[in-house]
Design a protein. Structure first.
Length: 180
């Protein structure tokens, strides 16, 4: 009788302890400017062929309320056959991935959402969209967008897993991490 009561008591304690630990989460608020500072470090990207030259540079963060992705635009310079030259914007979004070993957040699955290039027919833009998607996918996958700092005790405790990412009404990226 004593041992079964002891087992029951120990089991209840472990259940409460495990529930308490697994229920612990921490929401980190990252400003649009902090994300901009990280993305500004991205070097210009260029792709050339016999027919075209595409340059992408100067990413500008544009968080969209309620989204689980980071949205930003990139300036594009396009030269086709050396004769047609134009500039515009490529709108891109990407998901966020967390690496608990390095306490870093990375951009993954970057996707071209829209391309706006002046004086270029839509049919031509549609043809080069696949090329632009390849450039963006290769250059922006695993780009660091934020780093937790060990000097913050709460952040130091969070060698955790990413639970959710959402953009708030005040254009803050809310990252929720869950302990183990």
């Amino acid at each position: 009788m004593f041992f079964s009561s002891l087992r029951l008591g120990t089991g209840c304690f472990l259940l409460v302890f495990a529930t308490g630990v697994s229920a612990f989460s921490y929401t980190l608020s990252v400003s649009e400017q902090a994300l901009q500072d990280h993305l500004s470090a991205i070097k210009p990207m260029e792709k050339r062929s016999h027919f075209y030259r595409i340059s992408l540079s100067h990413p500008q963060v544009d968080l969209i309320e309620g989204s689980d992705r980071i949205h930003f635009s990139i300036q594009i310079s396009l030269s086709i056959l050396g004769a047609i030259q134009s500039q515009g914007l490529v709108k891109v979004s990407g998901k966020v991935e967390y690496n608990p070993e390095t306490s870093q957040f990375f951009l993954i699955q970057p996707t071209v959402e829209a391309i706006e290039i002046a004086h270029i027919p839509i049919a031509t833009v549609e043809k080069i969209q696949a090329v632009i998607q390849k450039i963006v996918g290769k250059a922006l996958t695993k780009v660091e967008v934020f780093q937790l700092h060990d000097r913050d005790v709460k952040q130091k405790m969070l060698k955790a897993v990413l639970q959710s990412v959402v953009v708030s009404q005040d254009e803050q990226l809310l990252i929720t991490l869950k302990a183990f």
